[in-house]
Design a protein around this ligand. Structure first.
Ligand SMILES: O=c1ccn([C@@H]2O[C@H](COP(=O)(O)OP(=O)(O)O[C@H]3O[C@H](CO)[C@@H](O)[C@H](O)[C@H]3O)[C@@H](O)[C@H]2O)c(=O)[nH]1
Length: 268
């Protein structure tokens, strides 16, 4: 590596092996400016997703890539439980104070129905873990944060399309965990101006990389419409029933582009 070459910035992605997480990792690797660290407990993902992302990124390197470019395609993957602060700490300790440039927090439980049955699990994994993560970041002087929220924070919105200024009134425990986490992040940024954070409210993300190497591949019966349809189509669902609740819902469509996932654009 030449002495002038700028070092890669270390970015931690939680839930890196999941649907959105794996595409975020890919988007980061494509810039060739970041080294990705992933934390995932594989509650809803296969560890292989991360190897597939790296393989994809390596294939896209030009001929004779530099050492730095090659290094940008390697993920430092940790299987760890975000509800255990000591496990988060171990990852930060590896990089030391200031060693992790920023965090993109995607890991969460996301099934609305399930959240009404096991709310405590949702509050522990989606809110408690977010607080532990922010506390560890503070301790290790890492204050750039991109939070994966959800349009579910609006509950049943009074107007569609939903203006960003709409009041937050989530209906389910899952939605409430997103409102609470957003509030915590907001309070933190107001208390300490050194923090740079943004919450992204995704609607229904759909699609996959054109190669088919990465996409939405949840474990068990999918809770979301599109993976459920895909699983039914390939015969992976035991009870292949799909309930259609209406045919007049005005579904807006917008790309979740790599640009919107790039923390450098959002928190720098
Ligand atoms: O405590 C947990 C819970 C989940 N995960 C992992 O986090 C990833 C989440 O990915 P996935 O289940 O595929 O969900 P996504 O569709 O990527 O969901 C994301 O997108 C939602 C909005 O659409 C956000 O609300 C969620 O925070 C976020 O997980 C998976 O790999 C899980 O194994 C953990 O590591 N720890």
């Amino acid at each position: 590596m030449s002495e002038q070459a700028p070092a890669l910035k270390n970015v931690l992605v939680t839930g890196g092996a999941g649907y959105i997480g794996s595409h975020v990792v890919y988007a980061l690797q494509k810039t060739r400016r970041f080294k990705v660290i992933s934390i995932d407990n594989h509650h809803n993902s296969h560890p292989a997703a991360l190897s597939r992302v790296s393989e994809l990124s390596r294939k896209e390197l030009g001929p004779n890539p530099s050492e730095l470019e090659l290094a940008s395609t390697i993920v430092d993957a940790h299987k760890c439980d975000l509800t255990q602060p000591s496990q988060i700490r171990t990852v930060f300790e590896k990089y030391g104070k200031g060693g992790i440039w920023g965090v993109i927090h995607v890991a969460a439980y996301k099934a609305v129905g399930e959240s009404t049955e096991i709310p405590l699990t949702y509050y522990a994994n989606n809110v408690g873990a977010t607080v532990s993560l922010l506390q560890t970041m503070e301790e290790f002087e890492c204050r750039r944060f991109v939070y994966s929220s959800s349009a579910t924070v609006y509950g049943t919105p009074p107007v569609i399309p939903i203006p960003e200024t709409t009041r937050l009134q989530a209906d389910s425990p899952y939605g409430k965990t997103k409102v609470m986490s957003e509030t915590i992040i907001d309070d933190l940024c107001h208390a300490d101006q050194r923090w740079r954070a943004i919450s992204l409210r995704y609607f229904n993300p759909a699609g996959a990389h054109p190669s088919g190497a990465i996409g939405e591949d949840p474990l068990g019966r999918p809770g979301n419409l599109l993976p459920l349809l895909a699983h039914i189509a390939v015969g992976r669902v035991k009870d292949p029933v799909l309930k259609v609740f209406g045919n007049d819902y005005p579904t807006p469509c917008a790309p979740v582009s790599s640009g919107s996932l790039n923390p450098a654009n959002k928190v720098e």
